[in-house]
Ligand binder design. Structure first.
Ligand SMILES: [Zn+2]
Length: 244
């Protein structure tokens, strides 16, 4: 290899252009190998943080139920642009209710780390339509004492999850498992964690579920007193959102 002699100093050596290019190429190859692994680790960390958030929310919901004779919290507000104002007798959104009643210290917990939308709703998780209240005269309140829920099994009863709404992100606070995604603005299970959605179940555990695992799950709906089987093939084929 050629040694460049400058100013009569034979011990001093510089890289040739070719050598520099080789070094740069090696660094680029190493970076290309490492970056996907780093991104994967970052995504994994977000999924774990999401599960942690949901478990904390699960503890808060349990405490709320214990304080309210096992009835669920107040319903979502009628319009998603409002978070609700309890001072004016309005129903408030579920996340607002849990925060206002001091079951959770901060709204940050109500955001999936992959969906940090900024809106006035204080959450990007969707609560399934358990959020029924006697204040809504047309809809009966939902109680965890409902025998049918126990029959379904609390470990299969999904309460909240990562949510996405196609029409407006403001609607992701309420999540359903079925229906026409093109016309309904409601949030849907958002398969944002490596094609899985993190879900909190009524027994307090949180877990990531793939699209095929959602089939046997049940969720209570707002208009019904019975839990609804979400498992129709048509629903599954059209109602879930993958990470955009
Ligand atoms: Zn999530």
């Amino acid at each position: 290899m050629k040694t460049t002699v400058i100013n009569g100093n034979p011990g001093r050596r510089f890289f040739t252009l070719i050598e520099l290019l080789v070094v740069i190429a090696i660094i680029a190859i190493l970076a290309a190998m490492l970056l996907p692994a780093l991104n994967k680790a970052r995504e994994k960390a977000k999924a774990i943080k999401c599960l942690s958030n949901q478990k904390q929310i699960g503890t808060a919901i349990t405490m709320y139920l214990d304080s309210n004779n096992q009835f669920f919290y107040s319903p979502s507000v009628a319009t998603a642009s409002e978070a609700g104002d309890p001072a004016n007798g309005m129903n408030v959104m579920w996340s607002v209710r849990l925060k206002l009643d001091k079951y959770l210290p901060t709204y940050n917990i109500f955001y999936c780390p992959t969906n940090t939308i900024t809106n006035d709703l204080n959450c990007s998780y969707g609560s399934f339509y358990t959020i029924v209240s006697p204040n809504y005269p047309n809809y009966p309140a939902v109680s965890m004492k409902n025998q049918k829920y126990a029959k379904v099994g609390f470990s299969k009863l999904a309460l909240i999850g990562c949510s996405w709404s196609v029409s407006t992100q403001k609607q992701c606070y309420r999540m359903i498992f079925s229906g026409d995604i093109t016309s309904e603005p409601y949030g849907r299970p958002f398969l944002t964690h490596a094609n899985q959605v993190d879900l909190l179940f009524a027994d307090g555990h949180a877990a990531a579920k793939g699209i095929n695992e959602l089939k046997p799950l049940y969720c209570p709906q707002i208009y019904l007193t019975n839990p609804v089987n979400i498992g129709s093939a048509a629903d599954r084929s059209g109602s879930f959102y993958y990470k955009l």
